[in-house]
Design a protein around this ligand. Sequence first.
Ligand SMILES: Nc1nc2c(c(=O)[nH]1)N[C@H]1C(S)=C(S)[C@@H](COP(=O)(O)OP(=O)(O)OC[C@H]3O[C@@H](n4cnc5c(=O)[nH]c(N)nc54)[C@H](O)[C@@H]3O)O[C@H]1N2
Ligand SMILES: Nc1nc2c(c(=O)[nH]1)N[C@H]1C(S)=C(S)[C@@H](COP(=O)(O)OP(=O)(O)OC[C@H]3O[C@@H](n4cnc5c(=O)[nH]c(N)nc54)[C@H](O)[C@@H]3O)O[C@H]1N2
Ligand code: SF4
Ligand SMILES: [Mo]
Length: 689
Amino acid sequence: MEMKYIQTTCPYCGTGCSFNLVVLDGKVSGVAPYQRSPVNEGKLCPKGTYAHEFVNSPERLTKPLIKKDGAFVEVSWDEALKVVAEKFKSYKPDECACLASARTSNEDNYAMMKFARGVLKTKHIDHCARLCHASTVAGLANIFGSGAMTNSIGDIADAKCVFIIGSNTFENHPLIGRRVMEAKANGAKIIYVDPRLTPTGKQADLYLQFYSGTDVCLLNGMMQLIIKNGWENKEFIQNRCNGYDDLKKEVMKDDYSLENVSIITGVPAEKIKTAAEWFAKSGATAILYSMGITQHTTGVDNVKSCGNIQMLTGNLGRPGTGVNALRGQNNVQGACDMGALPVVYTGYQKVIDETARKKFEDAWKFPDGIAKGENGYEVTTLMNVLSDKPGEIKCLYIMGENPMISDPDLNHVAHSMKNLDFLVVQDIFLNETAKLANVVLPAACYAEKNGTQTSTERRVQMWRKAQNPPGEAKGDWEIIASIAKAMGYGNQFAWSNSEDVFNEIASLTPSYAGMTYQRLAKPEALHWPCPSKDHPGTPILHGEKFGMPDGKGLMTGIPFKYQAERPDKDYPFLLTTGRSLWQWHTGTMTRRSKSLEREEPTGWIEINTEDAKNLDIKNGELVKAVSRRGEIKITARVTDNIKKGVMFIPFHYAECAANMLTINALDPIAKIPESKACAVKVEKIAEVK
Ligand SMILES: Nc1nc2c(c(=O)[nH]1)N[C@H]1C(S)=C(S)[C@@H](COP(=O)(O)OP(=O)(O)OC[C@H]3O[C@@H](n4cnc5c(=O)[nH]c(N)nc54)[C@H](O)[C@@H]3O)O[C@H]1N2
Ligand SMILES: Nc1nc2c(c(=O)[nH]1)N[C@H]1C(S)=C(S)[C@@H](COP(=O)(O)OP(=O)(O)OC[C@H]3O[C@@H](n4cnc5c(=O)[nH]c(N)nc54)[C@H](O)[C@@H]3O)O[C@H]1N2
Ligand code: SF4
Ligand SMILES: [Mo]
């Protein structure tokens, strides 16, 4: 028997842990620690520990599939490519749209971006970052000039106060959670703000249990207290920020008096006071936030408020401080960096900037030009256009996404998808979206390809091939290149390996320009920006100045607004949604991983004990949860850990899909849906006698 260890990085979350894949006789069969990564030092959470289990699942896609008379039939690659190429060629430029994937490598996303803009000549390309950190990208770029996590994971341990708002760090970024515990062991105070007392909250020194969607109100209230007590960092404000007067005018309003804020958020006044004092006086406060902040119609406002309070207290540009937006998927940072967004090419070079457009057009050398320099549709807008203006978009090419479970208001998504003329899905499993496709293309998973991915701390790390893909599955960029070739654009996609793709990326992307596979192969890899071959990379952003034209951060007054749909007489509860430690999104991988699936094999709705009593609902009982958009049957989990009036459903489970209930209401700037707040009612299911 031949055994080898192949060092690679985790395919799940944006923390970017490394491990070894154990390969027995050419097949991935286990995970073993890799001690030298500074990110996780050999430690892993359960998903990393069992990241081998889905790889050789018998349900992996192994052959291209074409739907004929309503049923899928296996076909050869030649036939599949011919059908796809002919169909793609039949559409006008902006009649096609592409969804790239935060699950796949930078090389795969770059290839998809080049394919969309160069081959299909469409301006419509986006991916799941829209459902995730679109508010961060828009919000932080607006105030700091760069839309990424400001600090590195390691230096969270240096914080004197860690303020966690809307992030269940211990379950969703466990190896970042480890740094929070290090900070605590070093004497830092941990403040936790969430409607649910999660495992993260249970480690906190101070817990603020509040109503979903009242983040801006709470932060404005804290800022008022900070200013009233003279705890603001006057020097930082003076030297490094613009807009203080604007901020002050808003937060000093009576609306944000301690009394009002306490009523609106549901947090006792004393706790808000303590939070403001610890926050402002610690010497180094790090904010950690994630979906509780971003997934709102006020997502951008929430993000900017986190920036405001950090500028007010001077907690930026030093170790242990920062606005740390914890990016979710393994490579969501990279997919954004690669320009898999409707407004930018790689490295956030704007499509509406003619110089940038010309740069890519000249470098790519498509004989018939590339897409016009116009912004395309976000995935959420795309779903609305498909539904409301049938015929405008005819064709969709999806790589590694499952909107039929992950997008809000699934009845609406299903209606949108029906209006497509042609759908191609490229995935490792036949997910719920693939079932609707005309053509399904089998892709290689992380363990079967070389490539790079960029973690939440902007660290660009390697994936290394450990086994061959099952059957005839192929790497994503290779599939994209084959389609391009079948459409007559072979020259533009003539890469012979993933390193070729990466070198092309580096040549067109200033923040990646100094990176090579050789440099990235080191255990610590490199953080972008890394503009030249001798540059050491940049773990902390905004040390001396911000990325704004005048180098100053922008403070803005943010008025508090409620969510789009508030509880009322008919739908009296606030529903929020999120994740479980054991499952990953739409479950394609974790539900095929037996060690993970057995821990949480189906979904549940968390109901506060008092609410359950009033509704006459018992723990473990099957109930009906209903919103204005749909209903599901789901098991009740009665608990004191959730705020009265608020309910929670993890969105992983197709059989009781949270997104049947959620609302397709969008932040006006980021176009992110309000997955964290809508109104529901819950009913007992009458017993059948
Ligand atoms: N195990 C596991 N880990 C994951 C993932 C997974 O699917 N499973 N997904 C990854 C991805 S892509 C992402 S984006 C991250 C997400 O990571 P998180 O953001 O940590 O995940 P969520 O559970 O969606 O939401 C976090 C918390 O927000 C709280 N919350 C709800 N409403 C509000 C609100 O209005 N305000 C505030 N402040 N908080 C609120 C919820 O109660 C929840 O505890 O996790 C990544 N890690
Ligand atoms: N209600 C509610 N809805 C939410 C959220 C929420 O908190 N609440 N969170 C949102 C967030 S933050 C996110 S990020 C999205 C996630 O939404 P999605 O990205 O749609 O969810 P995933 O299940 O991660 O889907 C990824 C797909 O990629 C496939 N895949 C994995 N590896 C590869 C590969 O190498 N190649 C290819 N081609 N395919 C691959 C998987 O099999 C899977 O089908 O969900 C969003 N939806
Ligand atoms: S913390 Fe994230 S990257 Fe690390 S092992 Fe767990 S899922 Fe993988
Ligand atoms: Mo995400």
